[in-house]
Design a binder for this molecule. Structure first.
Ligand code: GTP
Length: 562
């Protein structure tokens, strides 16, 4: 296959990016986040940092406090000054008042905010300080969900093992062993289920490594208790056989970013283009990590990088690839990553450790995209897993889409087959395996539910706010969506059925009407869908993916019917 063929294929998969009205989601969010990069270059602020009066300290304390709130617990502070140590001293005074710490992220051996000493003179240069609140409890944890995708053997599980356990790989699967969930996975070395790992950073930006030798997910409590920020990785399967699980992982776990892993020797092969297309269709910013650079001849690496570059820059991807080579690039890309167009690329070896510091630093300063306002919306939680826990009962896990909920709150659960909701209450809340009294929008949590049997709940159902004397929430069997057909071998007509993935909802739906008589690859249309089994709780504007065999399409819900 030539590079041009590859581009064509990727273009098709990814054409969603330019075609479906992917509302340029985030201008206000970009503003919000960019304001967190506080630039202290102006003359007066420089002076304040060098010779602050009491009034100046109060002013700066207020400014920082606001920025930290906007950054959901953290802010990146840029200082360019003649006297670095003096500035650091002023900032230490302020962060102490705010119950925060900081680290100079341009230094690989990060300084301790309490010692205010540094190994080399940094006068007259620009430095970046990551200021982060000391968390009072797990409730205050800043969490960012990252979907990890890529072809089989690209090194997804290995990178997660190396990053979260802090032990290098041997090139024969040593680092990934702890991450597998099923016995057959250990035997075949393949990931088939949607799995998670967490990487924590404390308020001084130091990674918290899981020291536990036990199996999967051990040490979570430890990390969650020490960390101020966690990256939750959703490790998605790389094999085509498990694509359904991967699609569910991408839509149902609401990742804010996707990390596409590419083996240096293999390049963009197999499912990697499919996964890139998925992330693009869902409007999830993508970073690329090229692994195994230790065992790749230079000319092969060069060829594969060229291919990757061409795919990313192609008309339908319209990405700006940026190779991250030093800490300056890390700061630049992490802060601008909210723009879907920028695509940072890292080159690493899980065996020699080359390049891993840059990935870790990038993850440390990556800002969250969760909308600040979603906390003010009514409680809305999407169920993506259901368990039956001995002595606890039915437990559901998923993502808080909006609002706040406390232990003891009465909530609605549904819709059932008939579109009805029942009332239940929240008996307990777990976040990263730790008990917490309240959950907030943006967090992934588990709830123990009162008096509900496990077999009455299904994935895709929701928990919603209960309000006395208010009518039941509406659920929809039929809905309208604006769609783009990414691939279909012939033509799609009404009565055509496909699996629709929309948030945690995953159900077969048939097309009842379209505004075009037939739909072919590349066509856009307004389509009415009808679920074949249950009505679902949907919201306008949610993106969806539909697929059936090799057919795939993307879209956005525009209207709820009935
Ligand atoms: N030499 C070398 N080997 C690596 C590197 N990263 C991963 N490997 C090896 O590559 C193999 C595949 O790695 P995995 O982490 O299982 O790949 P995966 O992408 O998670 O694969 P699936 O779970 O099947 O999707 C293992 O034997 C690893 O030891 C690297 O940077 N260098």
């Amino acid at each position: 296959m030539t590079i041009n063929d590859t581009i064509d294929e990727a273009s098709l998969l990814a054409s969603a990016l330019s075609n479906v009205s992917l509302d340029t989601q985030k201008p206000e969010m970009i503003d919000n986040i960019l304001t967190n990069l506080i630039q202290v270059k102006e003359k007066h602020l420089k002076d304040i940092l060098l010779n602050p009066t009491q009034q100046d300290i109060e002013y700066l304390t207020n400014l920082l406090s606001q920025r930290i709130d906007q950054g959901r617990g953290e802010a990146l502070f840029e200082i360019g000054t003649e006297d670095y140590l003096k500035c650091i001293e002023t900032i230490s005074t302020i962060t102490n008042t705010l119950g925060a710490d900081f680290a100079d992220i341009d230094e690989l051996n990060q300084i301790d905010s309490t010692t205010t000493t540094t190994t080399r003179s940094k006068n007259n240069i620009v430095a970046h300080l990551m200021i982060r609140k000391r968390p009072q409890s797990v409730q205050d944890l800043l969490e960012i969900r990252v979907a990890v995708v890529g072809n089989v053997d690209a090194g997804k599980s290995t990178l997660l093992g190396v990053l979260t356990k802090g032990v290098l790989d041997d090139g024969r699967g040593k680092a990934r062993v702890n991450l597998f969930r099923h016995k057959h996975e250990i035997e075949s070395g393949r990931t088939s289920s949607v799995g998670g790992e967490i990487l924590g950073f404390d308020s001084k930006s130091r990674p918290i490594l899981s020291t536990s030798k036990k199996s999967f997910n051990s040490g979570w409590e430890d990390i969650a208790e020490k960390a101020a920020k966690v990256l939750s990785f959703v490790d998605l399967a790389g094999h085509e056989k498990y694509l359904k699980t991967t699609v569910f992982g991408m839509t149902g776990t609401a990742p804010e970013f996707a990390m596409l892993m590419v083996g240096a020797n293999a390049g963009m092969v197999g499912m990697s283009k499919e996964h890139l297309g998925l992330a693009l269709s869902l409007g999830i910013p993508v970073l690329v990590v090229i692994t195994k650079i230790d065992q790749c001849p230079a000319h092969v690496l060069e060829k594969n990088i060229k291919q990757l570059n061409s795919i990313l820059k192609s008309k339908s991807c319209r990405k700006i690839p940026l190779f991250v080579e030093n800490n300056h690039d890390v700061v630049m890309t992490a802060q601008n990553f909210v723009s879907e167009r920028l695509c940072p690329i890292f080159q690493v070896s899980n065996v020699t450790g080359q390049g891993l510091d840059l990935v870790r630093n990038f993850l440390n300063i990556l800002p969250s995209l969760t909308k600040y306002e979603s906390i003010d919306q009514p409680f809305h939680f999407e169920i993506n897993e259901i368990f039956s826990v001995p002595f606890v009962g039915t437990v559901v896990s998923g993502v808080m889409k909006g609002g706040i909920v406390h232990i003891g709150d009465k909530v609605l659960l549904g819709p059932d087959h008939a579109g009805q909701f029942i009332t239940t209450s929240i008996k307990g809340i777990h976040r990263k395996r730790v008990n917490i009294p309240v959950a907030r929008a943006g967090q992934s949590v588990s709830f123990a539910l009162k008096n509900v049997r496990r077999n009455t709940i299904r994935k895709g159902q929701v928990l919603l706010i209960y309000e006395k004397d208010k009518p039941m929430p509406a659920s929809s069997l039929k809905f309208e969506a604006e769609i783009l057909v990414l691939y279909h071998s012939t033509t799609i007509k009404s009565k055509y059925q496909a699996m629709v993935h929309c948030g945690a909802v995953r159900q077969t739906a048939s097309i009842i009407t379209t505004d075009k008589t037939v739909l072919r690859t590349g066509d856009r249309a307004n389509v009415r869908f009808k679920f074949v089994k249950n009505p679902e709780y949907l919201t306008i504007g949610t993106r969806l993916i539909f697929r059936e065999g090799r057919t795939k399409g993307v879209g956005k819900i525009t209207k709820l019917l009935d």
